[in-house]
Design a protein around this ligand. Structure first.
Ligand SMILES: Nc1ncnc2c1ncn2[C@@H]1O[C@H](COP(=O)(O)OP(=O)(O)OP(=O)(O)O)[C@@H](O)[C@H]1O
Length: 312
C-alpha cells in the first residue's frame, strides 16, 4: 500500500526535554489515520514538523515518496486546535486572504469559497464581521479555509471541538467525503467515539514514544481477551446457577433481568475450548446470548498507556 507520509526515527527535543523519540510511522494514502495519545504525548510536535513550522532534530520524513520539503506545504491542509481569525475583518475578506496564502488566485479562491459557503449553508455570512460569529461559526470558516486548496493530506486537530452535535455531524460527513474523493487524513483527537467512527488506522504516542500502531481492526483482534457476554434463560434459582457457574468459570460480573428472566454475566474463558464451554452452558440453561466482547478504542488506549507506565 502506498503511503502519503512516512516518518523514520523522528526525534525532537526542546532544550533538554524530549518531545518525540525515534518515531517511525507509515501513514497510508486515502485513509483516516488517528494520531492519539495522552496530553503532552508529542502529537502536536509531530504535526508541527509535518507542517514545517518546526523541524525534527533527527530522522527523516517522506511526503508522497519524496523527502519532505517546502513545496509540499501547498499539498497539506492543517486545522490546528488553536485557531485564530482577525476579529475586525469581514468573513469573506478574511477567507479570500487566507485562501490566497495557500496559493490560490483571487478568482479561483472566490469560486471555491462560494462553493463551500453554499455547501455549508453560510452564504449569507460573507459580509459579516468575524467578531459577530459564534465559536462554531468561526470554526466552519476555518474548516473551509483548511480544505479549500484540495490538499492531498489534511491534518485535523480536534476538528469537532466547539461544534454542536448537528454541525459536528455535518463536518464529520464532509471529512468522510473528502476521504472518499481520495484525500489522506490525519486526525488527532481525544474523543474515542470519533476514532471508532472514522479511523481505519491509529498510532498511539505516549511520553514521546510510539507505543502502538496499525489497522484499528487488527489491533482490536489482537486485544481481544476472551471475555464473553452471556445470557442464560432461567425461570428461577438464578442464585444457584451463578454459584455453579462461579465454581467453574471466571465470572467478572453478573445480573439478573427479572422481566426477561435472564441471567446475564461477563466471563473470561480460557483461550481455547470456547465451543465446549458453550455446549456445557447449553446443558445448564437456554443460551440466549454468547458473544465475545471486542475491546473499544478507549479500552485499548487506557490499557496500552497503563501497561507502558507499569513497565517503567
Ligand atoms: N515550543 C515548545 N517549547 C518547549 N516545550 C514544548 C514546546 N512545544 C511543546 N513542548 C512540550 O513538549 C511536550 C509535547 O507537547 P505536544 O504539544 O506535542 O503534546 P500533545 O500530544 O499535542 O498534547 P495535547 O494532547 O495536550 O495537545 C509537552 O510536554 C510540551 O510541554
Amino acid at each position: 500500500m502506498e503511503n502519503i507520509l512516512v516518518a523514520k526515527n523522528v526525534s525532537k527535543t526542546y532544550g533538554n526535554y524530549t518531545a518525540l523519540s525515534n518515531i517511525s510511522l507509515n501513514i497510508p494514502k486515502n485513509c483516516i489515520y488517528g494520531l492519539l495519545g495522552p496530553n503532552g504525548a508529542g502529537k502536536t510536535s509531530f504535526i508541527r514538523i509535518i507542517n514545517q513550522i518546526t523541524h525534527q532534530d533527527s530522522g527523516e520524513i517522506l511526503f508522497d515518496g519524496e523527502p519532505l520539503a517546502q513545496h509540499h506545504i501547498a499539498h497539506i491542509g492543517y486545522l490546528p486546535e488553536e485557531r485564530g481569525l482577525y476579529k475586525s475583518m469581514k468573513v469573506g475578506e478574511q477567507a479570500l486572504y487566507l485562501a490566497q496564502l495557500k496559493g490560490l488566485s483571487k478568482s479561483e479562491a472566490k469560486e471555491k469559497l462560494k462553493y463551500w459557503f453554499d455547501r455549508l449553508n453560510i452564504g449569507d455570512w460573507w459580509n459579516k464581521k468575524i467578531q459577530e460569529l459564534s465559536k462554531g461559526m468561526a470554526q466552519k470558516i476555518q474548516f473551509i479555509v483548511t480544505v479549500l486548496h484540495d490538499p492531498k493530506l489534511l491534518i485535523f486537530d480536534e476538528p469537532f471541538s466547539g461544534f454542536d452535535p448537528i454541525n459536528a455531524n455535518i463536518i464529520k460527513d464532509e471529512i468522510l467525503q473528502l476521504k472518499e474523493k481520495g484525500t489522506s487524513i490525519i486526525f488527532s483527537t481525544h474523543r474515542m467515539e470519533s476514532v471508532e467512527e472514522l479511523c481505519e488506522y491509529i498510532a498511539l504516542i505516549h511520553k514521546s514514544e510510539k507505543i502502538l500502531d496499525g489497522k484499528l481492526s487488527d489491533i482490536k483482534k489482537a486485544y481481544k481477551n476472551n471475555i464473553f457476554n452471556v445470557g442464560l434463560q432461567t425461570q428461577e434459582n438464578a442464585e444457584k446457577l451463578i454459584q455453579e457457574l462461579n465454581e467453574k468459570y471466571h465470572i467478572l460480573s453478573s445480573g439478573f433481568d427479572n422481566v426477561e428472566k435472564q441471567l446475564d454475566f461477563k466471563v473470561q474463558l480460557p483461550s481455547s475450548h470456547t465451543a465446549e464451554i458453550l455446549s456445557e452452558l447449553s446443558k445448564m440453561a437456554n443460551v440466549n446470548r454468547f458473544e465475545e466482547t471486542i475491546p473499544s478504542a478507549n479500552d485499548i488506549f487506557i490499557q496500552t498507556v497503563n501497561n507502558k507506565d507499569n513497565d517503567r
